[in-house]
Design a protein around this ligand. Structure first.
Ligand SMILES: [Fe+2]
Length: 340
């Protein structure tokens, strides 16, 4: 390597003395086809096996011409296209909009895949809030089918979903984070003995649990002062409105409706909209209530950092008149297992 005019290292070739092929990963053609078209955030190398040399093919951030794309595609077919493991985050970024390929890519860790799921689900749930249309619902259902398989193939992946929810505790992600935690808590409650088809349907209820909030004015949702009685009534209507929206899209049944209708109900009857008590609140409603409240407690807000996850979990366990403490204790189990 030498220095170019700007003083940066110019990569001519990484020769046999320098390369350790273990530090590079192969790009397979299916993954390559999902890369962005015009410019990549990733350097690419042509591995010439016969002389054990990695030749730079593309430098990140420069134009990725059609001709270069064809050449790189052919190299990936031949197993000769590589990227540096130092650029793993950029590789993940290249696949961030291709869930189906990402779940199959051996270069990605389960934590990487969980992050991609979270990002895609935020986009799809946001879209459902704006356009609750059948085609958007179909995309969400497809993503959740993949999520159910991801969790089904390895029970540790449920913890990876909880971990990604803890890593990105922003208000923009709060609802999806709560839904990810709800999926994880459900798998834990069932000791991971969950059929993939059942889980993908249940996950749909979890990810649409707050859809009715799309019907509440931002003047109400963003209000800093205490809500007036009429505003409070409108806010509390969002559970029913969420069920109405999903019913209009042809989704019915307790596995879908309970998380939506019951996530603000409390065991002691202090919740809303129906002031249900005890066993009248279903398992999925109880899980969603814990996940929603927990994520609200630990999420960073303007001028107010989120609370410590362990403290928040302990508080929910203490509030066992309102929340199912068996469910809340599941949070503690995750916090022992996950790194974030
Ligand atoms: Fe809600």
């Amino acid at each position: 390597m030498g220095l170019d005019n700007s003083g940066r290292k110019s990569v001519n070739a990484v020769d046999a003395d320098e390369i350790n092929i273990e530090e590079y990963n192969q790009v397979d053609p299916e993954s390559f086809d999902c890369f962005p078209r015009r410019e990549l955030p990733l350097d690419l190398f042509h591995y010439k096996e016969e002389i054990n040399v990695l030749v730079p093919l593309y430098r990140s951030g420069t134009p990725f011409s059609e001709q270069l794309r064809k050449q790189a595609r052919a190299l990936s077919e031949a197993g000769q296209l590589f990227f540096s493991r130092n650029q793993q985050a950029s590789y993940v970024e290249c696949l961030s909009s291709s869930l189906d390929v990402a779940v199959e890519d051996p270069n990605l860790s389960s934590a990487d895949v969980a992050d991609i799921f979270a990002e895609q689900l935020v986009a799809l749930v946001d879209e459902m809030f704006v356009n609750p249309r059948p085609d958007v619902l179909e995309m969400l259902g497809w993503a959740l089918d993949l999520l159910a398989v991801f969790v089904g193939v390895d029970s540790r992946n449920a913890a990876h979903l909880a971990a990604t929810a803890h890593r990105h505790r922003t208000r923009q992600r709060q609802r999806v984070n709560a839904s990810l935690v709800a999926v994880s808590l459900y798998c834990l409650a069932r000791d991971h003995a969950v059929a993939v088809d059942d889980l993908s349907r249940i996950a749909l209820g979890f990810f649409l649990y707050d859809l009715g909030m799309s019907k509440v004015s931002r003047l109400v949702t963003d209000k800093c002062q205490q809500l007036r009685p009429d505003e409070k009534r409108r806010m509390q209507e969002h559970s029913r409105q969420g069920v109405e929206i999903v019913n209009r899209l042809g989704l019915t049944g307790p596995e879908i409706e309970d998380p939506i209708m019951q996530h603000h109900e409390r065991l002691d009857g202090s919740g809303y909209p129906a002031k249900l008590k005890g066993s009248a609140i279903g398992e999925l409603g109880r899980i969603m209530a814990v996940a929603d409240s927990y994520m609200a407690m630990i999420t960073d807000r303007p001028h107010c950092p989120g609370r410590d996850p362990a403290e928040a979990a302990a508080e929910l366990i203490r509030k066992d008149r309102a929340y199912d403490s068996d469910v809340s204790r599941g949070l503690v189990t995750f916090l022992k297992d996950i790194t974030f």
